[in-house]
Design a protein around this ligand. Sequence first.
Ligand code: PEP
Ligand code: MN
Length: 254
Amino acid sequence: MQNSKQQRMRYKNMLSDQFYIIAGPCSVEDKMQLQQCVEVFKNYDNVIALRGGAFKPRTNPDSFQGLGATGINLLETIKEEYHIKIVSEITSESDLELFKNVDIIQIGARNMQNFALLKKVARLQKPIILKRGFGNTIDELLASAQYISKEGNEQIILCERGIRTFNTHLRYTLDLGIIPVLKQRCNYQVIVDPSHAAGDHQFVIPLAKAAKAVGADGIIIEVHPNPPQALSDSAQQLNLLEFNKLEEELNSIK
Ligand code: PEP
Ligand code: MN
């Protein structure tokens, strides 16, 4: 096994020293949807990976649950065709084998404290995006990260995606204050998910700019070629024109 310093170097190189973007649909729906996204993303060097949910942890059991293994296969096809890294969320230990070609594994907010899952995923020795649970403190987030590092995996990317507060004007309250505090308290990469925090595409770009300004290493963002038709989170996904606008507006933040 590599020592932790080597590991940290490896995953830093795999990501980027520049502010980076992980983008793609909330849920993988079909090949064309992914192709349309990647055709735009490939114009931008700062897009380091395509995201897409195949196993969706939906609040309502009647909501679209994702394509499962078929969704992962579609991401793999795009990875081969476009040489782009892929990111997807794992929700169950029983799916570990399916994720062997997924480059970065996401642990969703609802599983931040699923310690058995964290330990098993950590052992895959891949970078892990660990999303903060919407009711969890910074100490709980860092304790969950420790479950991963104790398995000998330091390739941790912490993600602020909004928490529950008394506010109702956005889907969640984006806790941008946690970014500089995390940067002080740990050496991990820290990214922001403005899409799930906002819950509304109109507010995603300003939150993304704020994330860059406050010192995040990057953002993970939901993008769909036709958001009104999306099978999940349709209100918050950026269309491809809005994605171009996001790229342009981020340039104004140094
Ligand atoms: C997601 O990224 O698709 C997702 C479900 O996010 P979260 O776990 O932050 O709700
Ligand atoms: Mn989503």
